[in-house]
Design a protein around this ligand. Structure first.
Ligand code: K7E
Ligand code: CUA
Length: 764
């Protein structure tokens, strides 16, 4: 784009740019020279060739990483590991205007808890919406561990549309995990707490503190979670952990780990041994197995009561209806991962060196036969381990999470303490390969690894520590995601990517061609509610409307002006700004920043956004566009004048900094005539080609036509003033005419370049 702009300006100035003369072929270093100078090996070059993506290139997979306590989602490409976007989710993000415009503030306000704004989140597990167990590329869900919430991100524009607050939990970890047709999104509690908001002493932990798992109903048409149709299983205070939804053979069921089933409550200050001692005494904890399909039927049949406006299935009812079972699992387990066919479930215990493979067939058999070894203190039936286990495999010290390969039976497990990835076969129970990781791997992700048809190919290791891998940047280190090639028998480490947002826990990766994001909004669009904004404004219809105490400004943004350029209000009035971006061209976003009001808007093509604030102090408040959108971007500016109450204007007219003569006017007219010739030649090129076959070019041409329309109006004003011998105004309007011409030419040249680069054909 910069290049195109330069060409525009040089073309307009009638300059010829000499290329080639200075480019020295002789100065080119050979591959060997570069390898020597940088100390690279053949192996490094091979790794580089597998990740390097030339300019303009695209990635095969798009990864969505949790941003941890940054409360955001990080989007990057695989295998290039280039970061593409941070999506504001639970945390304001000024570049996107997230948390700064009225529309997104309303989304963040959905995440209030007991009337308090919570402006961060601890995001852990992103999950794609699915159809028949395949990622469908439409939505992404992500949880907040610190304040039990879930968010919905719409992948048609990569924006957060909804936040829901769990009505019962005070902490959660086992979300977001979706059922195979996105019927429900699982969200399991973590640290047990009373379901109510009142104080309950810790002495009553066993009786009144509770865990649970919520199945949030997802309305696919609306793209929203529906709290009124969601239900929660009450569970014992066992510190539920990660979850996974059953699929294939186990579709209809959900699996949730737990730790501290000892129900130990620490309190060093009360003279008690700490949590960590009491929470790791038993050799086993419990895998919770919940039947969501049957639970949904009970809800539908009106057999489940609502508490705090949401369906709650008490443990007693769940046991009586056969919806809830427990299976012992290794001490302090972490990950629970269902295989693509839904026949096996792999659980890893942080304090064990084994991964445990459970057989769904065996579990089902035990349930069908009522074959239980005992009941837990809350009356939940326990299936014995030997009646549920397929095999256990020694994979390394501190196994955490498991990902499935495209090859049957092959899996990759992260080994936290040993800092490695173990590749193993869960059908036969044998280790295949091990690769060292720097350092302390947490989650890992294979391409489409949670779907029913994983792709394998690449693995990304999400390391807990980076230590010495990058240039030091102070005591707080970047995160390190390591890219691993898993296409062969041996895993090969390809690349270290530092991530300056923390701490990412989990990533999911989808085939890039499954995503079909829009490049512009329908005109006048409220992107957060996905409907036309009542404040949308068309070109020439800008207006200021006073309603009671509020001044509504219906404005527009287009290269290179903000309309209105001057906004006048009185001290004490509430101002509600509404801006619509009139552009259609790809990537023509305008920003809007206003002095001293904490306002920064991002207005992408077609979007309408609002910002409401109280003009409580008289003064002068400049505003401007924050995206470098055009050559006259710096001139995309204006003033908000907040006048003292009862201020009387002493009208004397503006004094101009410069006066213009007939000669100035004629000089400008000559420039305009020359510029028009450039535009005409560009238009001739475009219209003589099949530009209508390229939607990108059609958008540019539409924008150019708008600008030409404005140009004609400006020219008429210039002509009229010239006819009256008012060369001051005539020169200024002729100058404005030229401004519109420049923008038209800029758009035209972008369109022409696009056509040249995409092999457009000549038409007769
Ligand atoms: Cu292992 Cu929250 Cu899934 Cu961190 S979590 S590692
Ligand atoms: Cu619009 Cu800069």
């Amino acid at each position: 784009m910069k290049f195109t702009r330069m060409r525009t300006l040089s073309a307009l100035a009638g300059l010829t740019v000499g290329l080639g003369a200075a480019s020295g072929v002789a100065a080119q270093a050979s591959l060997q020279d570069v390898m020597k100078a940088r100390g690279l090996t053949q192996k490094d070059l091979l790794a580089a060739a597998k990740t390097y993506t030339p300019t303009g290139g695209r990635d095969e997979y798009i990864a969505f990483s949790s941003g941890g306590q940054s409360g955001q989602v990080i989007v990057y490409g695989i295998p290039s590991m280039r970061i593409l976007k941070y999506i504001g989710v639970f945390t304001p993000e000024p570049w996107q205007g997230y948390g700064f415009d009225d529309e997104s503030k309303a989304v963040l306000a959905q995440g209030r808890i007991n009337g308090k704004d919570i402006t961060f989140g601890d995001t852990h597990h992103p999950a794609f919406s699915e159809t028949k167990g395949e990622y469908n590329g439409r939505y992404l869900f992500i949880n907040d561990k610190a304040n039990p919430r879930l968010a919905v991100i719409d992948l048609h524009d990569f924006e957060t549309k909804q936040i829901v607050v769990n009505p019962f939990f005070k902490s959660e970890h086992g979300g977001a995990f979706v059922t195979p047709n996105t019927e429900y999104v699982m969200e399991a509690a973590q640290y047990a707490a009373p379901f109510g908001d009142d104080f309950v002493p810790l002495e009553e932990f066993n009786d009144d503190y509770r865990g649970g798992v919520t199945y949030w109903k997802f309305d696919d048409k609306k793209g929203k979670l529906d709290p009124s149709q969601s239900f929660t299983f009450e569970l014992p205070p066992y510190s539920q952990d990660l979850s996974d939804a059953g699929k294939g053979a186990s579709e209809g069921w959900g699996f949730t780990n737990s730790f501290c089933s000892e129900r130990y409550v620490g309190g060093i200050e009360r003279g008690r041994p700490p949590f960590e001692a009491g929470c790791s005494q038993k050799d086993t904890d419990f895998l919770h197995i919940t039947n969501w399909k049957k639970a949904a039927e009970l809800v539908k049949a009106g057999k489940v009561k609502k508490v705090k406006g949401s369906y709650l299935i008490p443990m007693e009812q769940a046991v009586a209806e056969g919806l809830l079972y427990l299976v012992p699992e290794p001490k302090s387990p972490h990950g629970v991962d269902v295989n693509p066919a839904g026949t096996h479930i792999i659980v890893s215990g942080k304090l064990d060196s084994h991964a445990w493979v459970y057989s769904w067939e065996k579990i089902q058999k035990a349930i069908a036969e009522g074959n239980f070894e005992s009941k837990d203190p809350y009356g939940i039936p326990i299936i014995s381990m030997k009646n549920a286990l397929h095999t256990q495999v020694q994979v390394g010290l501190g196994p955490l999470h498991t990902q499935y390969d495209a090859k049957e039976c092959v899996v990759y497990t992260s080994i936290y303490v040993d800092s490695m990835v173990t590749k193993w076969d869960y059908c036969e129970g044998k280790v295949l390969d091990q690769l060292h990781i720097h350092y302390n791997i947490g989650h890992l992700v294979a391409m489409e690894g949670d779907s029913v048809t994983p792709d394998g190919k690449y693995l990304v290791s999400l390391n807990k520590l980076a230590i010495d891998r990058f240039n030091p940047v102070g005591p707080l280190h970047p995160q390190n995601h390591q890219l691993i090639d898993i296409s062969g028998d041996k895993m090969q480490l390809l690349y270290d990517m530092p991530l300056p947002l923390g701490e990412p826990h989990y990533v999911v990766a989808i085939k890039a061609d499954k995503l079909k994001p829009v490049v512009r909004y329908k005109s006048g669009w409220n992107s957060r509610t996905d409907e036309r904004s009542p404040y949308r404004t068309r070109a020439g219809r800008e207006k200021v409307v006073r309603e009671g105490d509020t001044v509504h400004v219906y404005g527009t943004l287009i290269r290179s002006h903000i309309t209105p350029e001057i906004i006048e209000v009185e001290e004490g009035e509430t101002v509600s700004l509404h801006f619509t971006n009139l552009e259609r061209a790809e990537d023509e976003t305008h920003g809007f920043a206003l002095y001293n009001q904490n306002i920064q808007l991002s207005v992408e093509p077609g979007k309408t956004v609002s910002a409401t604030f109280k003009a409580d102090k008289a003064g002068v408040y400049p505003y401007y566009c924050t995206e470098f959108c055009s050559a006259l971007h710096l001139e995309m500016q204006g003033y908000l004048l907040v006048k003292p109450k009862g201020y009387q204007t002493k009208a004397t007219g503006m004094s101009e900094g410069q006066t213009y003569t007939k000669a100035d006017y004629e000089k400008q007219v000559k420039t305009n005539v020359d510029t028009q010739a450039v535009i005409d030649s560009v238009v001739a090129y475009i219209t003589s080609h099949n530009y209508k076959d390229f939607p990108e070019v059609v958008a540019l041409v539409e924008d150019a036509t708008d600008q030409l329309g404005f140009a004609a109006e400006a020219k008429k004003k210039a002509d009229d003033f010239a006819a009256k011998d008012d060369f001051q105004n005539a020169t200024l309007w002729a100058g404005q005419h030229w401004q519109y011409q420049v923008k038209t030419a800029d758009l035209g040249l972008r369109a022409k370049t696009f056509l040249e680069e995409h092999g457009a054909k000549k038409v007769k």
